[in-house]
Design a protein around this ligand. Structure first.
Ligand SMILES: Nc1ncnc2c1ncn2[C@@H]1O[C@H](COP(=O)(O)OP(=O)(O)OP(=O)(O)O)[C@@H](O)[C@H]1O
Length: 356
């Protein structure tokens, strides 16, 4: 999957005032270009409202970009959806699947697990006979550790635990033989002890099916687990942009962007900051309004390293895995940049931790 300079805007509903004023626009995603290689894992991380879900939905064709293009194997998926491409949209749709945060939402409460899983197979693989479909479903149920499979297949959703429902949601996505699965906070609702189990299962089945995952998480330690174990990538999002992208070893062990450092600091399992006398690597905990994002670098209002130039110029992300290049969208990643001559705007840098 390839995203070329993708932006998604939403008109913000401000009620009665809409009649009298111009509608405000939220740029939920702003100029994102990424590549999700085949059989690979990319995890998007960022604070609430930074655009992770919008970017995820845009990647799998559930949200139309307002600018830029999304390509599946070189085919523009929106051209295909509108019947203008060479590849039938049906094939693209089947190849791009989703697992929601709430597994219950993809299961009909009045149908057994088997009936719920039969439905998509009937729709997308009509050539398979009923016996083949049943066999395929039962073998996948077994594979996700729900045994005896027939017993689970005959159950209704209310007879399953949260973890089991999420496994069924994973089976539902995997039986389609997809190229990419969007896992949007798919493990957040599970008990901590079950999260690692679910991630391990996803990884194991990835090898079996040969699918890619675009995983969305607000938790940097889960992102690290998934990306490190699979040799995948982490993308850090801030106010609609990806500000850092690379393998877990680059992004988590040795972050470049001040925002990634702040996220790491805020993640207890990863934080290497000591309690005493340390200053927190962020100037403000308030997220700016997405309707009127700050000029220049969007993080400059919170960045402890911000200088005058950051308020005026917009830093670009530079990524080229083929060249092992992962430059964050931060002027500090460039040795030779006017940033280094620019004046400090932070009044001495970070806030003391005691002020949080
Ligand atoms: N359908 C919509 N209509 C209007 N605004 C929207 C719509 N969907 C998302 N937004 C806005 O776009 C921005 C990004 O939202 P999005 O849900 O993609 O963020 P997120 O990072 O996934 O957040 P969270 O982690 O809370 O789910 C937010 O400001 C949100 O209010």
């Amino acid at each position: 999957m390839t995203l070329n300079d993708v932006s998604v805007e939403f008109a913000k509903n401000s009620g009665l005032f809409d009649l009298f004023s111009e509608r405000e626009v939220v740029k939920a995603v702003d100029g994102v270009s990424i590549e999700i290689p085949e059989n690979q894992v990319v995890v998007l991380v960022g604070e609430s409202g930074c655009g992770k879900t919008t970017l995820g939905k845009t990647t799998i064709g559930l949200q139309e970009p307002t600018a830029g293009s999304v390509e599946y194997r070189g085919h523009d998926i929106w051209a295909a959806k509108k019947g203008k491409g060479e590849m039938p949209y049906r094939e693209i749709r089947r190849s791009l699947q989703i697992i929601h945060q709430d597994p219950g939402s993809s299961l009909n409460p009045n149908r057994t697990v088997m009936a719920s899983l039969m439905e998509p197979l009937r729709r997308w693989y009509p050539e398979l006979d009923t016996q083949d479909k049943r066999a395929r479903i039962l073998s996948m149920i077994e594979r996700v550790g729900m045994s005896p499979a027939q017993d689970y297949a005959d159950r209704y959703p209310h007879q399953l635990s949260g973890g089991e429902k999420q496994r069924v949601a994973l089976v539902r996505a995997l039986i389609m033989n997809p190229e990419l699965i969007l896992a949007d906070e798919a493990i957040s609702a599970l008990d901590v002890s079950l999260r690692v189990e679910m991630m391990n299962l996803m990884i194991e089945l990835q090898d079996l099916i040969g699918t890619s995952y675009l995983m969305i998480s607000h938790d940097l330690s889960n992102a690290r687990y998934m990306a490190k174990k699979t040799g995948g990538y982490i993308g850090i999002m801030y106010l609609g942009e990806i500000v850092e992208f690379g393998p877990a070893s680059e992004v988590i062990e040795d972050p470049s962007h001040p925002y990634t450092k702040a996220l790491k600091w805020a993640t207890p399992e990863l934080s290497t900051f000591s309690e005493s006398g340390e200053r927190m690597p962020i100037r403000s905990i308030d997220i700016p309004d997405a309707v009127n994002p700050p000029s220049g670098c969007r993080f400059h209002t919170r960045c402890p390293k911000a200088r005058e130039v950051c308020t005026q110029e917009h830093p670009e992300l530079a990524v080229d895995p083929a060249d092992d290049l992962y430059q964050a969208a931060c002027f500090r990643d460039y040795e030779d940049h006017p940033y280094w001559e620019s004046s400090d705007i932070t009044d001495g840098g970070e806030e003391p931790m005691s002020k949080i």
